[in-house]
Design a protein around this ligand. Structure first.
Ligand SMILES: Cc1cc2nc3c(=O)[nH]c(=O)nc-3n(C[C@H](O)[C@H](O)[C@H](O)COP(=O)(O)O)c2cc1C
Length: 197
């Protein structure tokens, strides 16, 4: 099973939990069912952390939006590369404006910030009842102030700085994870140099 923390890009439960404390909890509850950790993982150190928490691997979303094979508009890749974790926010504003079918009272999505979100942050119920509000957001899309679809992006966007192929990315993730685990292993007390004499 895959477990998604609230750091993740895209949709998740409105009342979600953070990846770090939630993965080991679910690993214990679900045993012997293998668990994949998701949410906020964008490099091999994150993969190593997922393994250290007891997951059998990581499910990665946001990072793969910036690969050469990703079927996203170049403006999305650019926004993800330029985005910062603090610019991402869980919300339903664009789902409401788009009339998305997903129940917004149960699910929010982490997106990059945008003008429509700035206008309706914290007043999403109100925007759902206000047809002009929804139209204003669609007008923002029409004049290019925000992309047609929300830029779904997680808190790990800070770690995304290049646009490799998916194959190169997977190779790099594995190498970085091995390095991170080896480094952590060397910090085991038994591996410290012994005092001489
Ligand atoms: C562009 C994008 C689209 C996504 N679409 C869905 C979706 O349709 N359904 C879903 O359950 N999760 C969706 N997700 C969430 C991912 O499946 C995954 O749980 C999440 O991206 C992991 O966190 P990360 O983005 O920090 O790597 C989406 C994520 C992104 C970035």
């Amino acid at each position: 099973m895959a477990l998604t923390g609230t750091e993740s890009g895209g949709h998740g439960a409105r009342r979600g939990r953070s990846t770090l404390p939630f993965v080991p909890l679910v690993v214990d509850l679900a045993a012997p069912v293998p668990v994949l950790a998701a949410g906020g993982i964008a490099d091999g150190r994150g993969v190593a952390a997922a393994l250290a928490l007891g997951a059998v691997g990581a499910l990665i979303g946001t990072r793969f939006q910036v690969t050469t094979e990703a079927l996203v508009d170049p403006s999305v890749s650019k926004a993800v590369i330029e985005g910062r974790g603090q610019d991402t926010e869980r919300n339903s504003v664009l789902d409401i404006a788009r009339g998305a079918s997903r129940p917004t009272e149960k699910y929010t999505a982490r997106t990059l910030g945008h003008p429509c979100l700035d206008r309706w942050r914290g007043r999403e119920d109100e925007s759902a009842r206000d047809s002009q509000a929804r139209q204003d957001c669609r007008d923002d899309v029409a004049r290019g102030a925000i992309p047609p679809m929300p830029v779904w992006a997680g808190e790990a966007v800070d770690l995304i700085t290049d646009r490799p192929s998916a194959a190169d990315l997977v190779t790099a993730l594995a190498a970085q994870a091995e390095d991170a685990l080896a480094r952590a292993g060397r910090r085991h007390p038994d591996d410290r140099p012994r005092a001489q004499g």
